[in-house]
Design a protein around this ligand. Structure first.
Ligand SMILES: [Zn+2]
Length: 149
């Protein structure tokens, strides 16, 4: 069974479910005003997994990791999910693959222009200097863990 998206491309119900879940959780994390680089990355990954019929794999991984989280069962994901924004917003991995940026846990404000808040060097988002969110005044955190040197 399938439906069509706005572009007329046919979507199966699993793909539709993954897209809805992805955007529901992305809105939950980043608020209604999602930064364009994040939307671009999600759309790219959603298209790739749909074209390669991996939507069910991501949906099953989401259900399994969500169940583990609810039952306090430790889990770790292996493989290339560490470089997937889709896996990050679905909670399959804790690694945010986007370039280093500031993120406000209070309102979801995101800023990739780290030079506005941080001078000097930083290797990981977590070692960025603390900064105040220009939208809500809460303390922002640096996001991104880089695997490569
Ligand atoms: Zn904020």
């Amino acid at each position: 069974m399938s439906t069509s998206d706005n572009s007329g491309r046919r979507q199966n119900l699993v793909e539709k479910k993954v897209r809805e879940l992805c955007y529901d959780l992305t809105f939950e994390r980043y608020g209604a005003d999602i930064s364009p680089p994040i939307v671009d990355r999600l759309e790219y990954e959603l298209d790739v997994i749909a074209e390669n019929n991996y939507c069910a794999v991501y949906l099953i991984a989401y259900w399994l990791t969500n169940e583990c989280r609810q039952k306090c069962v430790p889990f770790i994901t292996k493989g290339n999910s560490g470089s997937s924004m889709l896996a990050f917003v679905l909670g399959i991995t804790h690694v945010n693959p986007m370039p280093m940026h500031y993120y406000c846990p209070g309102c979801g404000y995101t800023d990739f222009n780290i030079g506005k808040y941080h001078s000097g060097s930083a290797r990981y988002g977590t070692d960025l200097r603390k900064a105040v969110c220009p939208e809500c005044g809460e303390e922002m955190t640096g996001d991104r863990v880089r695997y490569t040197v």
